[in-house]
Design a protein around this ligand. Sequence first.
Ligand code: SF4
Length: 760
Amino acid sequence: SSGSGVKWNKAPCRFCGTGCHVQVGVEGGKVVAIAGDPKAEVNKGLLCVKGYHVGLALYGSDRLTQPLLRKGDKQVPISWDEALDIIATRIQKDPKGFALYGSGQWTIPEGYTASKFVKGGLGSNQLDANARLCMASAVTGFLATYGVDEPAGCYDDLDACDVLIMWGNNPAEMHPVLFSRVIDRRSRGEKVTLIDIGTRRTRTSAFCDHVLRFKPNTDLAIACGIAHLLVEEGTWDKAFVEANCAFRAPSEPATLQGKAITFEEYRALLAPYTPEHVEKLSGVSQKDLRMLAGLFGRRDVRITSLWCMGVNQHTRGTAMNSLIHGLHLLSGHFGKPGDAPTSLTGQPSACGTVREVGTLAHALPGGRVVAEEKHRHQMEDLWNVPQGRIPAKPGYHTVQMWERFSTPSDKGGDIHTLWVQVTNPAQTLPNRHKLVDPSRKLADKFLIVSDAYPTETTRIADLVLPSAMWVEKNGMVGNSERRTQQWFKMVNPPGQARDDAWQLIAVAHRLFERGFEGMKDRDGRFLFEVKQDGKPVPIWDFAHYYDVNVDAHLFEEYRKTTRIKHKDLAPYEEYVKARGLRWPVVQQPDGSWRETRFRFSGFDDPYVEKGRDIQFYHSPTHDGRAQVWFNPYEPPPESPDDEFPFWLCTGRVIEHWHSGTMTMRIPQLQRAMPSAYLEMNRADARRLGVGNGDVVTVETRRGSLELPVWLGGRGEPPEGSLFVPFFDEKLLINELTLDAHDPFSKQPDYKKCAARVRGR
Ligand code: SF4
């Protein structure tokens, strides 16, 4: 719109972890236009097809506008008052049987509210987020290597690298604006070598100089093979490693810390990973392996690695994350612009909310963990709740939480009330019918779901709560490069839809009114009390929530927790001015606030001691050293056999975000990609007598699904492999996927299981 009445304001895009900034045009109380934001460093004015249409995500015709309570087969409207009472009663009766399940789509203040509500208020650790299914292995990989979570590098590496290696990663579709940063450089005549190491041909492959196909799960063998060549050919960076690294290998019993080993032991463990052996295991040629090792062995090129779900959704995800970090450390390709191992996230605030705030069953805000007494006491003091309130034992991780909810109470199913916010687990949990019980057979279980639209999960809910979304509320999120971004509410939510934080605070207040001890602080005051001019503001009231900027209040409280791991955040007003700031953000002598682009690097990171090039100041071994891990290849939990001869991989497409709840309601995106499909190799299709558009049945040991075949669509899997996207609620591929998970991160593997295909 070019109408003069349009008011423009800034916000990050609602969808992926790239964190592009958009300009939002509002007129007549409605979002009427979206434009790229030229002031935004992340996207420099560009957006992908989802970003350009993000405003329409608010205006699907079936927004949820009032609370709904299940009565038999129907969900009937009730008031907020009744809904809050129902939830408060269930929690009051059985606080330990209550769990909250959220996601990296919670804003930072919402995630912080969730943590304070469950851990500080209920004295329980039954809080987890769907980021567990998304980047939990990235977290454990960072912790095992550097002793602290989140990348050292940032998106600036994409502007400076000579070589970009994408490990099981398809940024051309999943992080398209980031990918275009690199393609732009090429179109300006810069040379950037792109390497695709993956299990299927994707849109990214089409741009790459080298496309390496490997057999599923053998990425560990490839990484070990590169390390083996670096060591044997003496091309590893001895000076960097001697100054900054130590070596580690898996221990018995297995722990995230593993055991220390010497360089000679490391070398011996790598010895079996000769190019010949790795070629046999992985299918990647010796020539290509030598090419990769040759690049890592050079000091005159800068190498950036990118990865996301291909490495994280892996039963050996922690191990593979650590191996990629290890290759960069071993070869000294670390700590200079363009030389970085950088993991990407899928959700807009996987980093900001889940990892930094710590909305996971084992975590507390600011990088703390429930297992450490000191950390618990720090949070109990900040929240002003009695010491001992937070239990030391972690709550259930996602798969366990849903297992416990779907199991009868007399058979160990000790989660009785589950509240889901900002995610759609009935579509996205692996091995869905095992973990989610859509028939609602268990009478004593109660599912509460807050969402903006009807979803697979709201359909099976006992109580549905209508949520405000994106610019219908204030918010802050944190993207893949440690960038914290802020926006203000611009339009009203429809009907009675309310912020997720308001929903939690309103229930907390209902419990407080009933005298529930957990929602009182040490002085008997309400846990979420906000004061303005010395008087408490009733933010739990429908009408008063925006009397103060609740998000700013909660953020400033949360900010106090961020120093411990050097993840310092700036005051709220700095984020109001900026298009995001990357932490640590440290105040300068002139009073200004400076962000950090390259963590652990002396030239940029304020926490590195003067005179040092690199310092891993959160080293897991407390000696300033990062850990170069050896992790062996191991076979996957399920492989193709005579009965189920194909590999099945799942993932996303550029048009749709996550379970399609928002993007399938944007007509342009829905029309562009209206339904899920089965991608298969033409040779397999010929053998099975299957043509383009034919409907076939895909089956695994867990379920079956009829899908139309799309040959030569977005890409092509190699012979013996299948690919199905998961955005389509009518074609639930997660009925078929495997719930086997990584032993450390508990993240399931959605990328490989055994399947078969039957024509009609
Ligand atoms: Fe950027 Fe991701 Fe939004 Fe696309 S979906 S505009 S890449 S943040």
